[in-house]
Design a protein around this ligand. Structure first.
Ligand code: CAA
Length: 389
């Protein structure tokens, strides 16, 4: 089947036995432990606590973290392979995985100091706790430099005040990476990233959002009122917070691109199967050219998205510049996810419109991949800026 292509030789994309083992493990986990109950969790908007606990046990929450800090020590290609398989079945689980791996663990490992890594990263990488990345605010989504949350320097601590919005893992996380403005005059160079723990005085988790898709994931607003954050919880030098957020999001976008790829390929696989079972006008609907053309186009675009996702992951693994490649992968894969899931519903006809057949959920889940970790419009901005470099 086209979408399970592993060998991309000639483009230096040979996948190793380890990659194939990761794919099998992720596929097996998704089919046996995520598929049962996925519709019910989506209906009830119920956080998949048990499934996330299992993802931690199986090593899916700290895949790229060094074994020195309790992680899997794997490459980014392994991570996107696992993200695709898990997203085929349950994008609510894969967003937890994506945020924990590429925004929280990667950011901490790359830019945190040894004490921060020992104290926070080890637990996050093992999946004992999960993390959240807190950049967006009621008035700062795409315009991320416009932070209203403040972290006022009080000597040995920062006083944190403000509100964060649409925070993935907002209610279920224990460790929060919070961007806040310390020095307004310095604009984005006056922003810091602080590690905040759940339960700190003045830190309140707001209402859970009732979402269109990825409904079982846990999206909240967060309120901070005079929260005392010790100075040692600042990541990097004073004023490094915006650079931290942008650098971390570059890699995060590869994770979301892989999620979009998984949503698209999950819908495609369901449509291909259904087309071989459903009869109309005396033959399988696959034998109607109208359906064949849809499936052929889906397979082609999904393969193109996969190449972009793998390319970005490979560049990151080779320590080459991956900013533009990550933005291209997310832009394209998220558009393919939206389009392919809509087509998958169409192939299913009336059945596609009911929950039992999964494709309507994948269509609802696809939409967020065009929005979070930088909208499609922001990806175009990032790509365009890189064209001039
Ligand atoms: N990588 C590294 N650094 C970057 C960068 C990137 N991709 N983009 C910008 N920067 C740096 C710039 O070099 C600049 O640094 P210096 O001034 O030190 O040179 C600084 O950031 C400011 O950049 P700009 O002057 O370009 O700022 P801007 O306001 O014109 O544009 C932006 C910035 C690219 C639009 C940025 O605000 C952005 O990416 N916005 C989207 C935010 C986003 O992706 N939010 C996602 C929320 S998290 C989430 O969704 C997680 C979840 O729950 C799933």
């Amino acid at each position: 089947m086209a979408t399970s292509t592993l060998e991309l030789s000639g483009l230096n994309f040979n996948l190793t036995e380890e990659h194939q083992a990761v794919q099998e493990a992720a596929r097996d986990f998704a089919q046996t432990e995520l598929l049962p109950g996925v519709i019910e969790r989506d209906n009830a908007a119920k956080f998949p606590a048990e499934q996330v606990r299992r993802m931690g046990e199986l090593g899916f929450l700290g895949m790229m973290v060094s074994p020195d800090y309790g992680g899997g020590g794997m490459d980014t290609v392994s991570y996107v392979i696992a993200m695709e398989e898990i997203s085929k079945v349950d994008a609510s689980c894969s967003v937890v995985m994506s945020v924990n791996n590429s925004l929280v663990c990667w950011g901490l490992e790359q830019f945190g100091n040894e004490e921060q890594k020992q104290k926070y990263l080890t637990k996050l990488a093992a999946g004992e706790v999960i993390g959240a990345f807190c950049l967006s605010e009621p008035e700062a989504g795409s315009d991320a430099t416009s932070q209203h949350t403040t972290a006022i320097d009080q000597g040995d601590y920062y006083s944190l005040n403000g509100t964060k919005n649409w925070i993935t893992n907002g209610g279920s996380a224990s460790t929060y990476l919070v961007m806040a403005q310390t020095d307004v005059a310095k604009k984005h160079r006056g922003i810091n990233c602080l590690i905040v723990e759940k339960g700190q005085d003045g830190f309140v988790v707001g209402k859970k959002e009732d979402k269109m898709g990825i409904r079982a994931s846990d999206t909240h607003s967060l309120m901070f009122t005079d929260v005392k954050v010790p100075k040692e919880n600042r990541i990097g030098d004073d004023g490094f917070g915006f650079k931290f957020a942008m650098s971390t999001l570059n890699g995060g976008r590869i994770g979301i691109a892989a999620q979009a790829l998984g949503i698209a390929s999950g819908a495609y696989e369901l449509a291909l199967k259904y087309a071989q079972e459903r009869q109309s006008f005396g033959k399988k609907i696959f034998d109607h050219q109208a359906i064949q053309f849809k499936l052929a186009e889906m397979a082609t675009k999904i393969e193109a998205a996969r190449l972009l996702v793998y390319k970005a992951a490979r560049l990151k693994d080779e320590h080459k510049d991956y900013v533009q490649a990550a933005a291209m992968a997310k832009l394209y894969a998220s558009d393919v996810a939206m389009w392919a899931t809509t087509e998958a519903v169409q192939v299913h006809g009336g059945y596609g419109y009911v929950k039992e057949y999964h494709v309507e959920r994948l269509m609802r889940d696809a939409k967020i991949t065009q929005i979070y970790e930088g909208t499609s419009e922001i990806q175009k901005l990032v790509i365009a800026r890189e064209l001039l470099k």
